[in-house]
Design a protein around this ligand. Structure first.
Ligand code: ADE
Length: 362
């Protein structure tokens, strides 16, 4: 008899045994898989959300060195937490972790809740974090549905629904809820994620090394390259951005802190903004300095132009040396005259880091 089921009888598939057997033999040795505590698993999963394992490892070590437990994190200044997150992106994750640590201290006597309902009420804890942390660290049988799991599961069950659609996630969560073993929910979830990351890749899955190849309906039906179905993303726009390098009489540079909420919230940057349609770069920078700082500036030398890609847009950013012609600086945001040492100690977005070499040579 064919090892494949005769049709799409999802309920008859049992993926957990071969999957967990494979995981036991092939699991990667990762720092958060040692000395498992609820805190370490939580930090790692927050870092791993939207970010690759290789990128996360050094950040995880540095973070745990500085903030070894929830009480150290609750006591920390947000600036220091953001500094350790610098370059990892999606800074709301760091701000939420910090807020969550304070909430644990104030409302849970410093003990991280180990029940999904209470844990879900902490800032930044959505369905993914809750499922991953509660299953891996506390043994709750809640399936994780991240990008890697979506891809693998769509193939295993030959689900032809668009994975950008929330109903597809819901349907897969239902299928996986029937599969997740109650005695090893964390291993099951980690194995599904690991399978997607190391075997069931988007473009060239290694079906010969896959522990579920004999059960995979997409493989049986020749659908591997067609699944998962995904609506192509709209091309990301590129914005033109200008920033001002304004120095005081001792050579310090003016920097300002972004509002705490929103994109890159709480990070420092050079004053400036987006160039509007039809505007020249100097005109845009003069306008930004007038609107943001209440000063009239003369635009001097162009110091550098860099490019940076965010998830939903790209920027081309040009920095100009500027001198104040008129007005006293005022702003609704915190401002600081900073030396290069101050700048190195404060959290800045990656795009600003790309300007630093040119600043040092200025
Ligand atoms: N990606 C996110 N979390 C993971 C985990 N715990 N194991 C493997 N890959 C992951």
């Amino acid at each position: 008899m064919s090892p494949f089921l005769s049709q799409k009888t999802h309920s008859k598939l049992d993926i957990s045994t071969p999957l967990i057997d494979w995981f036991e033999k092939n699991r990667r040795a990762l720092p958060w898989r040692e000395n498992r505590t609820l805190y370490r698993v939580w930090i790692s999963e927050v870092m791993l959300q939207q970010t690759r394992v290789d990128t996360v490892i050094p950040y995880f070590h540095r973070f745990l060195n500085c903030f070894p437990d929830i009480s150290a994190l609750a006591k920390a200044k947000l600036q220091n937490v953001l500094k350790l997150w610098e370059g990892l992106g999606y800074y709301a994750r760091a701000r939420n972790l910090h807020r969550a640590a304070r909430k644990v201290k104030e409302e849970f006597d410093g003990v991280i809740p180990d029940e999904p309902e209470a844990f879900r009420r902490l800032p930044g804890v959505g369905p993914y974090i809750s499922a991953a942390v509660m299953s891996i660290a506390c043994g709750h049988p809640i399936p994780v549905v991240d990008g890697n799991v979506l891809r693998g599961a769509c193939r295993i069950f030959a689900l032809e629904n668009d994975i950008s659609h929330p109903n597809t996630r819901k349907k897969l969560a239902e299928l996986l809820t029937k599969q997740i073993p109650h005695d090893r929910p964390g291993d099951f979830n980690e194995a599904m994620m690991e399978l997607g990351a190391t075997i069931c890749s988007p473009k060239s899955p290694d079906c010969t090394g896959c522990p579920l190849a004999h059960l995979c309906i997409a493989k049986r039906d020749g659908l591997i390259s067609k699944l998962p179905v995904k609506t192509p993303k709209a091309p990301v726009p590129e914005y033109r951005v200008v920033v001002a390098l304004i120095r005081d009489s001792v050579g310090r540079i003016l920097i300002q802190k972004r509002p705490e909420n929103g994109l890159l919230g709480g990070l420092w940057e050079f004053p400036g903004g987006k160039v509007e349609t039809g505007e020249t770069l100097p005109a845009a920078l003069k306008r930004e300095c007038r609107e943001e700082l209440g000063i009239k500036v003369e635009i001097g030398e162009e110091i550098a132009t860099i490019r940076h890609a965010y998830t939903h847009f790209k920027i081309r950013l040009t920095a100009f040396s500027c001198t104040i012609l008129d007005g006293d600086i005022r702003s609704t945001l915190p401002l600081q005259w900073a030396t290069m040492e101050d700048i190195a100690a404060l959290p800045f977005p990656k795009a600003n880091h790309k300007l630093f070499p040119a600043l040092r040579n200025e």
